[in-house]
Design a protein around this ligand. Structure first.
Ligand SMILES: [Zn+2]
Length: 91
């Protein structure tokens, strides 16, 4: 599953991709094209950032649900007490 979100730079208008897990309030990164520092905030006045934050939130939710779905149901238990029940007191 694609876990990256397209972000549009408000300065040079070029699009780049960033991992959804990173796109949280307070995160910042440089635009690979014009090297302006882009600040990510859900309350950003920049509509491009806001929509990227919304998309990232949705992708993270989908990732969590996908992980829950594909998690193996059989949890292997190690160090069971089964061996201790072997009859050792045959005196
Ligand atoms: Zn840019």
């Amino acid at each position: 599953m694609d876990d990256s979100v397209q972000v549009k730079c408000s300065r040079c208008k070029s699009a780049f991709r960033e991992r959804a897990r990173r796109l949280q309030n307070g995160y910042s990164r440089q635009c690979p094209t014009c090297e302006v520092v882009v600040f990510f905030d859900e309350d950003s006045p920049d509509a491009n950032i806001k929509s990227a934050m919304r998309t990232a939130r949705r992708v993270r939710k989908e990732l969590r649900e996908a992980e829950a779905e594909f998690r193996p149901r059989t949890i292997s238990r190690r160090g069971s007490a089964r061996h201790a029940t072997d009859d050792e007191s045959v005196a």
